[in-house]
Design a protein around this ligand. Structure first.
Ligand SMILES: Cc1cc2nc3c(=O)[nH]c(=O)nc-3n(C[C@H](O)[C@H](O)[C@H](O)COP(=O)(O)O)c2cc1C
Length: 145
């Protein structure tokens, strides 16, 4: 069974809730998922052994939260080329963070990204729960292909 690592940064908890829902969708799709707060990752070795990696951060002041930026410099040292990837995050009105993360994973890490980054105002609003679970399923489906 394929293993998926979901790493999230958050300030008020919303992006963490989205991470848990993505993990549910991954499991519905038949893969294993582990959810980790970015603050727990101390070395790039923590990213080894996964077929897919999904990174998420909220947008503050038009940018991803600082802890995710720092994490992406660490992730650059891991060998992620060719692995399946996805990016997500909670936002209020502009939501730049998931796009920036997605582009970094695609262009710098050379990962095999799912269709689009996932941006959600809230996991509780406008079908957010379903969209997050569907994103997880999409990752699992890509792994099975
Ligand atoms: C000071 C501040 C600045 C923010 N700046 C932005 C922003 O530039 N663009 C945006 O889309 N949302 C912005 N937001 C909204 C957050 O992205 C939103 O509340 C999100 O759900 C927070 O996610 P978190 O709970 O994972 O930290 C801002 C919120 C605060 C409090």
């Amino acid at each position: 069974m394929a293993n998926v690592l979901i790493v999230y940064a958050t300030r008020t908890g919303e992006t963490g809730r989205i991470a848990e829902l993505i993990a549910e969708g991954v499991r519905f799709g038949g893969s294993q998922a582990k959810v980790v707060n970015v603050s727990e990752i101390k070395a790039e070795s923590a990213l080894a052994g996964y077929e897919a990696l999904v990174f998420g951060a909220p947008t503050y002041h038009g940018d991803m939260i600082q802890s995710m930026k720092t994490f992406l410099f660490l992730a650059e040292k891991a060998e992620l080329a060719g692995k399946v990837g996805g990016a997500f995050g909670a936002f209020g009105w502009s939501g730049e963070a998931p796009d920036r993360i997605y582009d970094t994973m695609k262009h710098i890490f050379q990962m095999d990204m799912v269709g689009n980054p996932l941006r959600l105002k809230s996991s509780k609003l406008g079908g957010g729960m379903q969209m997050a679970q569907d994103y997880g399923r999409q990752i699992a489906t890509k792994l099975a292909a």
